[in-house]
Design a protein around this ligand. Sequence first.
Ligand code: AMP
Ligand code: MG
Length: 346
Amino acid sequence: MKTMISNIDINDIDLKELKKHAKLISEGKTVIFPTETVYGLGANALDENAVKKIYEAKGRPSDNPLIVHIYNKKEVYNLAKDISEKAEVVMEKFWPGPITIILNKKSIVPKTTSGGLNTVAIRMPSHKIAREIIKQAGVPIAAPSANISGRPSPTKAKHVQEEMNGRVDGIVLGGDSNFGLESTVLDLTGNTPMILRPGSITKEDLEDVLGEVVIDPSLSKKEDNKKAKAPGMKYTHYAPDADVYIVSGTADDVIIKINNLIQDNIKKGLKTGVMCLDENKDKYNGEVVTLGNTLEEVASKLFDVLREMDKRNVDIVYSEEFESTGLGQAIMNRLLKSAGYKIIKA
Ligand code: AMP
Ligand code: MG
């Protein structure tokens, strides 16, 4: 497939160029575009044939529903019903932004888009290019992360070019994603709001405005994963080619443990990568790629670092562990999935 590729400057959007991609969407074709979370692979959410092309391009299982991206809050009322007061609060407080809400769907949303469910996932992104393309296309856009299913989500233009050129009709390149982790997914169909996927908008942020919020309990353990309420959380995800392990313990113990493991790996002829905070980068003997210093930096760099490990052809990757509160919750969720829940105690 020939892919139309355009570079768009977020600070000076070339509307004529962007409209070519919006036109592709309105014609039922697929276009990749940047959002504030990760790059999305979009098509008209209300056109079943267009949506099928997304699943094909990604190799995504058809029971894994897509997030519908909208330009205007009014669109929610066309797509969903039984919209609660709490849903109104979330939309008012956090949109446009990196949170997706699950609501009961109206029949206008094809089952292909909702992965066969009676609910629909909706988000209003804040990224200027994403907003403009949805506005110009004039339709809600279903857009999962623009990676081949199972791979880390793309957060940089180069990730998209390397992986998706030739698999979609259009690609809009527009710099790096701001947050670097996919949106928080919040189910608002029950009495108590439930986080189905942690993201940059945290449980604590949500509790400030909603009162009690729970996290889908099946997310924390591999054995429970099959019960995850977001179908996408059941699948292997974010995995580089190398075998990833999280090493847990006090900072000093983790450093000693990882260095010992690296020595064992050298004897076996295996090349080791290490993912760590910037402050620890000189303490390891392997192929070190730093994740930055703050949780915000770790979130924005994580997928890029996982891809970097593939480039460096390492066989095994060890990652330091992060705290499981606030933004750390989302980081550990992605790390655990990329590691297939393998944790080594230091
Ligand atoms: P992605 O599109 O790759 O960012 O993934 C979207 C995530 O939202 C996946 O984990 C989906 O399974 C989840 N999701 C989308 N729609 C629904 C829904 N109606 N109910 C529950 N989870 C959903
Ligand atoms: Mg994804």
